[in-house]
Each structure stands twice: as structure tokens, then as C-alpha cells.
Design a protein around this ligand. Structure first.
Ligand code: BEZ
Length: 314
């Protein structure tokens, strides 16, 4: 069995057409057809149902597609990491979720640049879920995210837990009430902004519901409460825009309470475990040459600001 046969099968399966696959691969249709036929013969099963339009996969073909996709992704990762080994990156590319931008990220970058003036730094706005692929492809060298994830290629270092605060419209009856409990908020529309849909494949494969995977709903459920209704938006800025417009409430990490101070009141929650983690994501092997220094810089900023954190030794 040859890699080019599997790649030909994937090109046809993805585009559901021999002619479209010929364009993307640069191979002729007869060549694609021959490679797939050889693959089918070697496996001993028909993979492509050639009699329907658009072309479909047989049940065996769907199984083979799904399983071999993991193999091809793994091979891509191995190739990207091998290239990285031969050509270590000179720039430090840092992925981040928007919510950390309003916290300590600018201070950390400023201190790093002061300590390592020759290091080139690049910042990329990239969701927690997409950071894993970005690390494996070499698009980023480190990432700051908010979700715990499992991937044998990636190491996650938990930096700290940040308390959630409640964002309420300034005219809301609870706008001036401190130390709120989640059940007190149950009569409200909760604006959800975490990009959990990007992890839908993993979540649905594992049989998880939205309540289990959406952090804010999960938090409410832990206190035996559920919001009256929910609205899902694309990001945190939009969520705060809707709160400002009186469309509902949301929970945000404490460092965001500097935003929209005119229209929004931020109140603390009584629950000490209502927190959002901050992870530093990096490759399990072959970390960037400046990685250890970078982690130390983060700890220095925490110490300078008197922030409680969890130090990890490498
Ligand atoms: C923090 O708030 O702890 C943090 C923010 C950005 C990057 C790293 C840490």
C-alpha cells in the first residue's frame, strides 16, 4: 500500500469528484482512478461508489477515510516537526485567545523584549482549540489558551486560574449587588462566547452535550442552576456589546472588567471555584530555544504584580 494511493483516495473523497480531485492533485483522472483501484484491490474492499452523482463513499470507504485521515494528519505533523528540527525557528510566534490580551499579555511581551532585545516576536489571535494544530504545523511556537486538551504532541502548562466576574447592563436590578451566586442569575439570558463549536467533532465523538462542553453552562450546572435562555455569539467583544445593549448578562475573566465601563457593571461571584484557567501550550518536544526564558518572564510578571500562580519546573 502506497501513500500516493491513500492521498488519491482522500482527494477524491473530499471533493466527491474525480475531475475536481484531478485539479487539486495535478494528477490525471485515469491516474487517480488507477491508484484508487489498486488501493481497493490491496485492501480487498470497494471504497468508492462510482455509480452515484455526486460520487459517494461506500460504508467501508467512510470507515477507511476517517481512520486514514488520522494517519495523514500524524504524517503531516511528523514532517513539520522534522523540518523544524533541521531549521529551528528564529522568531517566537505566540498564539493567544482574545481574553488574555486584556490581561497581562502586553506586560509579558514588553518584559521579554526588554530582556531579549534580539528576539523577534510575532503575535497571532487564535482560538484555544486551533492552537494545537497551529503548534503542530509550526504556525506558532507557544499559545495562551483557556481549555484543557489532550494531545500527545502538545504540553500544557497551567499558569493560573482567573476568577470570573458577572457582566451586567448598568440598569440591571443586580448591577450594584456584590458577591452574587449563580442561582440568583437564573432569570437572565446568558450570552455565550466560547468557541466550543470548533471542538464539536471531539465533543460529539465523546458523546458530550453542550452543557458539558460550554464552560459557562457547565459552571451554572455545577451550582444546580441554568440560565432562563442563551444566545451564542462569535466572540467576547460581541458578548460585551450585547450586555451593554441590555440584551443579557455574561461571565468574563476578571481582567476584562476594564471594558465598556460606562454601560456595564462587573460584579464578583461568591463562588471561589468560578474560575477560568490560563494555559501555556507548547510542543511536548522541540520547544522553541527561548521557551524556558519566556516561561520565567511570565513568572516574573506574576511576582512583580503579586498574582497567585502555579510554578512548574521543566
Ligand atoms: C495572565 O493573565 O495570567 C496571562 C495573560 C496573558 C498571558 C499569560 C498570562
Amino acid at each position: 500500500m502506497q501513500l500516493k494511493q491513500i492521498q488519491a483516495f482522500h482527494a477524491v473523497a473530499k471533493s466527491q469528484s474525480f475531475s475536481a480531485a484531478a485539479t487539486t492533485t495535478g494528477l490525471s483522472q485515469p491516474t487517480l482512478s488507477r491508484l484508487i483501484k489498486q488501493l481497493e484491490e490491496q485492501i480487498g474492499a470497494e471504497l468508492v461508489d462510482r455509480y452515484h452523482r455526486p460520487l459517494q463513499l461506500t460504508e467501508a470507504g467512510m470507515f477507511y477515510f476517517e481512520k486514514s485521515q488520522l494517519l495523514l494528519a500524524e504524517l503531516d505533523t511528523i514532517s513539520a516537526l522534522t523540518k523544524r528540527m533541521a531549521h529551528p525557528p528564529k522568531t517566537l510566534s505566540i498564539g493567544f485567545v482574545p481574553s488574555v490580551l486584556y490581561g497581562l499579555l502586553p506586560d509579558i511581551i514588553a518584559l521579554l523584549k526588554q530582556q531579549l532585545p534580539d528576539l523577534e516576536v510575532q503575535l497571532k489571535d487564535i482560538s484555544s482549540y486551533q492552537q494545537l494544530d497551529a503548534l503542530k504545523s509550526g504556525e506558532i511556537d507557544v499559545g495562551f489558551g483557556r481549555f484543557a486538551q489532550q494531545d500527545e504532541w502538545v504540553r500544557q502548562i497551567l499558569l493560573r486560574h482567573e476568577r470570573y466576574v458577572v457582566a451586567l447592563p448598568a440598569v440591571h436590578p443586580l448591577a450594584e449587588v456584590r458577591n452574587l451566586r449563580l442561582p440568583q442569575l437564573a432569570d437572565n439570558r446568558l450570552i455565550l462566547y466560547h468557541q466550543t463549536h470548533l471542538n464539536v467533532a471531539d465533543a460529539s465523538l465523546a458523546g458530550h452535550s453542550n452543557i458539558e462542553t460550554e464552560p459557562l453552562l457547565n459552571l451554572f450546572a455545577r451550582y444546580g442552576a441554568a440560565p432562563f435562555s442563551t444566545t451564542t455569539v462569535s466572540d467576547l467583544q460581541v458578548a460585551l456589546g450585547l450586555v451593554a445593549a441590555g440584551e443579557g448578562i455574561t461571565l468574563v475573566p476578571d481582567s476584562l472588567k476594564i471594558l465598556r465601563g460606562q454601560q456595564i457593571r462587573y460584579q464578583s461571584l461568591l463562588h471561589e471555584d468560578a474560575t477560568s484557567p490560563i494555559y501555556l501550550n507548547t510542543l511536548a518536544q522541540m520547544t522553541h530555544p527561548a521557551f524556558e526564558h519566556f516561561l520565567e518572564t511570565i513568572y516574573q510578571v506574576y511576582e512583580h504584580k503579586g498574582i497567585t500562580y502555579r510554578r512548574q519546573s521543566l
